[in-house]
Write a protein that binds this ligand. Structure first.
Ligand code: CTP
Ligand code: ZN
Length: 156
């Protein structure tokens, strides 16, 4: 195996999930969306501003010993539409797929409307319908308020 500059900087993992091609600067938001860093003792590596052939710069997140499921990773498309999920088994890429935005986003985004019932003390999870994927247009199921820009600002 040829030891390229890239490989020296980025250590392969044995088992787990690599989220690759994250838009530069969004790695911490990816962790926020996944909500895993306070619920797991898995080793998580975050690489920011890695030089990429196609993207210029990109971020990468590696979660060791856990195979993340499609349902939990697809929400990442909100802030990193080009992200790729790689499932690693015994150092090999066993599965690879692109994230695909779900039709409904539950409990991830805060409604911008302060009077929305999802912002009160009621035990209600926020729910947004995905009206458009690119550019992202979300509409609150409760009050019809839309989110069209600065998506990351509304992450819970
Ligand atoms: N990776 C890793 N540990 C491994 C194998 C792969 O951390 N044991 C990482 C690589 O560093 C890369 C991603 O998983 O960030 C995908 O690996 P691979 O498919 O080998 O890389 P590319 O061919 O560059 O992927 P793509 O075609 O999706 O750009
Ligand atoms: Zn609302």
């Amino acid at each position: 195996m040829i030891l390229t500059e890239m490989m020296m900087k980025v250590t392969p993992i044995k088992n787990g999930t690599v989220i690759d091609h994250i838009s530069a600067g969004q790695a911490l938001n990816v962790l926020k969306i996944l909500g895993i860093y306070h619920t797991t003792d898995a080793t998580i590596s975050v690489l920011m501003n890695v030089t990429s052939r196609n993207l210029g710069k990109k971020d990468i997140v590696k979660v060791e010993m856990r195979e993340l499921e499609v349902g939990e990773v697809n929400k990442i498309a909100l802030i990193a539409p080009g992200a790729t999920i790689n499932i690693i088994r015994d150092y090999e890429v066993a599965e690879k797929y692109a994230v695909d935005m779900p039709d409904l986003i539950v409990g991830v985004m805060r409604c911008p409307n302060h009077n929305c019932i999802s912002n009160t003390d009621e035990p209600i999870k926020s729910q947004f319908l995905v009206k458009n994927k690119n550019p992202v247009v979300l509409r609150c199921l409760y009050c019809e308020q839309t989110i069209t820009e600065n998506i990351a600002d509304y992450l819970i």
